[in-house]
Every structure is written in structure tokens, then in C-alpha cells.
Ligand binder design. Structure first.
Ligand code: BGC
Length: 365
């Protein structure tokens, strides 16, 4: 009778009275206090975490945070990177199922290529959480936890406009657009978010995409690889910027922003206003030095913490909290999501943005 132990005297009396009135005390206590209906699985169970390639620092951080956080909470963490690509990630998820993982958290390389393994996982009774990147074309995904990807794009688009305006009060501005890897479901959402801000300005002539490459397909960077962005930037600069100035670049993340800046420097051109994402150490330093214009703070600690909170809830037999039930349709279902708020960081707020960050705090003091 846990409830009586915790409740005040009046509640205890009420509970005893209620018990006296019912023939089945156990059934009554099970419905009180919003507490769990019982453990869904033992606490020392295996929890699989399938991470993609180390294409940005956030993934590397996530590995340690998942290991520490899950093991520290009494679970058995099974955290894997798939640096070899999609088939390696497929095999890792299958192996997690074989090892009896009760929850499998997936940061997909290609969110549309895991259908068979996710079905296996679901059939084995595991709960599937899509982490940071949505899992596509499958009913076998239970929850999604991520920073609001569309908002990331909006913040990037707005930062690009603000940065260019601060440098040169009126347009037209010459810009180029870069997007992430097309197999990552986030890449299109980031791009769409940014274009929701930029497209009206392209249409009214304030922004000029000199190369003419305005579609997502033209802007993508396969595998989120720096060398691919750098190569495309080289080509754009040679092909479209003979004498023209490049005022701004939409870059979806920090790794690619630094690659584009390398290309612009090699071409001997003045540096454009350029956006980023992830708060990578080198980019935060670059912002402080006045080179990269902006990044996005998506604190990995908070994201991992939320994923682990979901695991704890599921283990305890509770339904995890979600705060969005409409934004992320994966073409088969709308996935219940918990979305966190991304924050834009420029030179203006770089000193306050990371005060409690153990790595970035000391650098930005
Ligand atoms: C993440 C970004 C990251 C990119 C490349 C995306 O799915 O949301 O934060 O920059 O992957 O690793």
C-alpha cells in the first residue's frame, strides 16, 4: 500500500475507507496517483542506441552521454556507430534485437532504409525511438525526440538576412544555398525552414542566387561531407563569381560552413556571411574571430537526457511525454514527438550562450 505510506493522514483514512468499500483492494490501488501500471521490463535490460557516422561533433558527444546516462540509470547501454554505412547500421540493429534490447534508439544514416530491422525490433517487443533524425516509411517507430528541425532552418535563413543587412544595409545580395545529405530526413526540413524565410526575398529580387541553383536537389551535400561542400563551392565560385561578390551562404551545419569558407579563402574572395549549426568548437572560435556568422545551439546533453527520460518512462510502464503530435509524418504515420527549441548563436550572444557548457563555456568566456 504505497499510497497510504506517502499520503497525508486524511488521504490515508480516505484510502482505507475506499478499500473497505471494495471487494478488490488491489484493483483500486492500481489506478491511484497516476503512478505506473507496473514495469514494462526489468531495469537492467539492454537498451540499443544505433548512431550514424561521425559527421559532426554532436554524434560523438551523444555516444558518451548515452553510455554514461543509460548505464548510470541501471540499464545496459549498447551504443554503436555505423561508420561503414547503411548495411552496417542494419546489422547493428538486428544484433541489438538478438541481444534482447527493450528499447532501440536510432539516429539513422538513411531513415528510409531500416524498415526490415525496425519490423524485427517491433516484433520482438522493443520500443523504437527515432533520435534527432526521423525514421521514414515505417509504422515501426513509436516516438521521435529531436530539436525542432524546421525552426533550425528558419533561424538559419533569418540569420543570413540579418548578417548581410548588418554588413550592407540594402540589397540585392548575392547568395548561394547549401543543404545537408539527402538520405538524412532532417536535411530537407532544415532547407525548407530556411527557404520559408529566404524564398520571398529571392522572389522579390532582394536575394540573387547567382548560380541559379535554388532547389534542394541542387544544393545537397552527399554524406554531409566537408569535401563535397568544398568541391561544390569551388565550382560555384569559378563558374558564377568571376567579378561578382558573394555576400552570403546558407550552410546547414558548421562542418560544411567551414568547408565553404576554406573554398572562399582559396579563391581569394572576401568572406561571405555564412550560417551553421551544431556549435562545433572550431566554428564557435570562428564566430568569435568574426569569420563564420552564426551557428545553432542544440545542446546534445538535453537531447540525450530527453531520450533517456523516454526510456525510463517506457521501462516504468508509463507513456512518455510528447509535445508535438502533428509535425512529423514519416509517410506512414505521424510520429509522436518531443521537440526541443534550437537557439541561434552569433558573435552578439556567443559569450552568454554556452555559460554552462563544459567545453564551450571556457572557450567563450
Ligand atoms: C543533425 C545535425 C548535423 C547533421 C550532420 C543532422 O541530422 O541534426 O545537427 O549537423 O546531422 O551530422
Amino acid at each position: 500500500m504505497q499510497m497510504i505510506g506517502k499520503a497525508g493522514k486524511a488521504a490515508a483514512i480516505a484510502a482505507i475507507a475506499a478499500l473497505a468499500l471494495t471487494a478488490c483492494g488491489r484493483a483500486e490501488t492500481g489506478t491511484t496517483g497516476g503512478s505506473s501500471g507496473g514495469e514494462a521490463f526489468p531495469k537492467n535490460s539492454s537498451i540499443g542506441v544505433a548512431l550514424p557516422q561521425k559527421t559532426s561533433e554532436n554524434w560523438v558527444l551523444a555516444e558518451k552521454l548515452f553510455n554514461d546516462g543509460l548505464n548510470g540509470s541501471g540499464f545496459k547501454a549498447d551504443v554503436q556507430f555505423a561508420n561503414g554505412g547503411v548495411s552496417e547500421q542494419q546489422n547493428q540493429i538486428s544484433a541489438m534485437v538478438t541481444k534482447g534490447a527493450k528499447v532501440i534508439i536510432v539516429g539513422a544514416i538513411d531513415g528510409a532504409q531500416l524498415g526490415t530491422q525496425l519490423k524485427q525490433a517491433k516484433d520482438s517487443g522493443a520500443t523504437i525511438i527515432a533520435y534527432d533524425r526521423l525514421l521514414l516509411n515505417t509504422e515501426n517507430v513509436d516516438y521521435y525526440v529531436a530539436y525542432d528541425n524546421f525552426k533550425v532552418g528558419e533561424l538559419q535563413g533569418q540569420a543570413l538576412l540579418d548578417g548581410m543587412k548588418a554588413k550592407k544595409p540594402s540589397g540585392p545580395y548575392n547568395i548561394e544555398l547549401f543543404a545537408g545529405s539527402p538520405d538524412d530526413a532532417n536535411a530537407k526540413v532544415f532547407f525548407d525552414g530556411a527557404m520559408s524565410v529566404l524564398k520571398p526575398k529571392i522572389d522579390d529580387g532582394t536575394l540573387k542566387v547567382v548560380s541559379g541553383q535554388t532547389s534542394f536537389e541542387q544544393a545537397v551535400t552527399q554524406g554531409w561531407k566537408a569535401e563535397n561542400a568544398q568541391r561544390r563551392a569551388d565550382t560555384l565560385l569559378t563558374g558564377s563569381y568571376g567579378t561578382a561578390s558573394l555576400d552570403g551562404v546558407l550552410s546547414p551545419n558548421d562542418t560544411l560552413a567551414r568547408a565553404v569558407l576554406t573554398s572562399v579563402k582559396a579563391a581569394g574572395k572576401p568572406l561571405p556571411i555564412i550560417t551553421g549549426q551544431d556549435s562545433e568548437v572550431e566554428s564557435v572560435k570562428s564566430i568569435m574571430a568574426g569569420e563564420q556568422y552564426s551557428t545553432i545551439n542544440k545542446d546534445t546533453r538535453k537531447l540525450v537526457e530527453h531520450a533517456i527520460t523516454m526510456v525510463k518512462d517506457i521501462q516504468a510502464g508509463k507513456t512518455p511525454e510528447i509535445n508535438d503530435d502533428k509535425s512529423y509524418n514519416n509517410k506512414v504515420k505521424t510520429v509522436p514527438a518531443y521537440l526541443l527549441d534550437p537557439v541561434i548563436v552569433t558573435k552578439e550572444n556567443v559569450k552568454t550562450a554556452y555559460v554552462d557548457d563544459p567545453v564551450l563555456g571556457p572557450i567563450t568566456k
